[in-house]
Design a protein around this ligand. Structure first.
Ligand code: ADP
Ligand code: MG
Length: 484
């Protein structure tokens, strides 16, 4: 998979690294007991700590620590049993402390890996540089008053995991696959709901370009991009911008930029600050965070089966293609649904029904698998009706459509609407005789060797029986009657 930007002076390769801020699922904030529920009235979930009152002391939330370790284990990463909280100093109206408590030199989680599942079924590995815990800032609201900015501190102090990738991605598609996979893993783990629209997962995109084979060049960071699609668009735009600058003999300055989804372009926000601008130092109010192996092992033992392992199991146990397995494990609810349908039935058939028919129908309805009008048991029952000969594949599709509309059991639909497949040879023969009588010229053509026309006859007989005839029986009888 190569993605090359062709310039006047030769080819350019794109280099991408992503920093994801993932809001930790926890009822309390990182260093205070204030609530974290989304959508609460402004400034109703704020403790003295979150409001930056002098003399308040932070107390670490054990649940947030567990969640970070859990996420680290899910990313197959190194867990640092000793890590240190540091103050990152900067001024902002929605940061009343005047600093953010974060982690700098010693984060809670070190090197890990994430496997990308590309649309063509191939995979690729991306390195995880680190994961650290930090506080979120409050929210400045510029749209509440014509001349004033309001500040809501409900988000102030909420626990975030900053997950930093290595600059290992080379295409916008890989960046998209990275975000989708990371979100899937976080959701499986129950450590972040991954909802980019609500801001519980936010992405900073680092982009640079280079000549194939040369070292890294200067990157620009595009802040807070809030959908996978926008991330991919921002990369495409930014990479082209770099190429243009270089080709015109210019220089790229390291800077922080914003993506404007309306215009599809990035704009400079400020020159990128360097780490030393923040005057990081260990937070004197907090001891180093330390835990033992038993703590880590207990969390490890509670991990669910994750998407990669599930995918491998689906390929091995059900004979699925890597592509189908990837589609099915993307959401745990879909994987569970599939396994219920596949239980005691052919895995590939089950996968086919779920990924094409069910997902297609749900897509049209704009519903998720948990809101499916057709239960896994009902879809399984439909497959059974094909297997026992009650329904042809074609009839089953019609029955399925009605199931989606009504939520009824397939057996009930078949019974009430008389949709059973006709296997009674008498009835089929009668239909064949009629079609043959009306098309004797074509019958002669077949007898003269044009056996491709047999398919046409099958179609006509199926039509005459409203699709209810057993196609195999039609085929067999046709051959016997025409060719003898
Ligand atoms: P900062 O906090 O200054 O943004 P981080 O170390 O947190 O620095 O994150 C840097 C991010 O930029 C990482 O995701 C890394 O992979 C990425 N990155 C580093 N160098 C480059 C480069 N030359 N091109 C693109 N991305 C890069
Ligand atoms: Mg960073």
């Amino acid at each position: 998979m190569s993605y090359v930007i062709q310039g006047e002076t030769g080819d350019w390769e794109v280099v991408i690294g992503l920093e994801v801020h993932a809001q930790v699922i926890s009822n309390a904030k990182l260093f205070s007991g204030a609530a974290t529920a989304f959508g609460a009235e402004a400034n109703t979930q704020v403790s003295f700590i979150d409001a930056g009152f002098p003399g308040m002391l932070p107390v670490i939330n054990a649940m947030a620590v567990e969640q970070a370790v859990r996420t680290g284990l899910g990313l197959k990463a190194r867990i640092n049993k000793r890590s240190v909280f540091a103050r990152k100093n900067y001024f902002y109206a929605d940061l009343p402390q005047g600093y953010q408590i974060s982690q700098y030199e010693l984060p809670i989680v070190g090197l890990g890996t994430l496997i990308l599942d590309m649309p063509d079924g191939s995979t690729r590995e991306v390195g995880i540089e680190r994961l650290h815990l930090e506080q979120d800032a409050g929210k400045s609201m510029h749209d509440q008053h014509p001349s004033k900015t309001f500040v809501d501190l409900n988000r102030s102090g909420v626990a975030l995991m900053e997950i930093v990738s290595k600059p290992d991605m080379r295409t916008p598609e890989e960046a998209g696959a990275y975000l989708r996979k990371l979100r899937a893993i976080l959701r499986y783990l129950g450590t972040c709901d991954g909802n980019m629209e609500e801001g519980s997962m936010r992405c900073d995109v680092n982009v640079s370009v280079r000549r194939p084979g040369e070292g890294f060049r200067t990157r620009c960071e595009i802040k807070n991009v809030n959908s996978v699609r926008f991330v991919m668009q921002a990369i495409e735009y930014e990479a082209k911008r770099h190429v243009e600058v270089y080709e015109n003999g210019g220089k790229i300055e390291q800077e922080t930029r914003l993506f404007d989804p309306g215009k599809g372009e990035t704009r400079s926000l400020r020159n990128k600050e360097n780490a030393h601008d923040y005057r990081y130092f260990p937070d004197p109010d907090l001891l180093p965070l330390e835990f033992d192996d038993a703590f880590v092992e207990k969390i490890r033992a509670s991990l669910p089966e994750l998407p990669d392992e599930k995918k491998q199991r689906f390929i091995a146990d059900y004979g699925l293609s890597p592509y189908d397995a990837t589609v099915l494990v993307f959401e745990k609810e879909s994987a569970d649904y599939f396994e219920k349908v596949a239980k005691g039935r052919d895995g590939k058939t089950a996968a086919n029904w779920v990924t094409t028919n069910l997902f297609g129908a749900l897509n049209k309805l704009g519903k998720g698998v948990t809101e499916s009008p057709v239960s896994a048991e009902q879809l399984g029952a439909l497959i059974d009706l094909i297997n026992d000969g009650t329904l042809s594949g074609r009839l089953a599709k019609d029955v399925f459509e009605i199931m989606i509309e009504t939520g009824d059991d397939p057996a009930k639909i078949v019974e009430e609407r008389g949709m059973k497949q006709v296997t009674d040879t008498g009835a089929i023969e009668k239909a064949i005789d009629e079609v043959m009588a009306a098309n004797m010229d074509k019958v002669e053509d077949i007898r003269a060797g044009k056996d491709k026309l047999l398919g046409w006859f099958t179609g006509q007989v199926m039509k005459a029986t409203q699709g209810k005839a057993n196609p195999q029986a039609v085929n067999d009888l046709l051959k016997k009657k025409i060719l003898g």
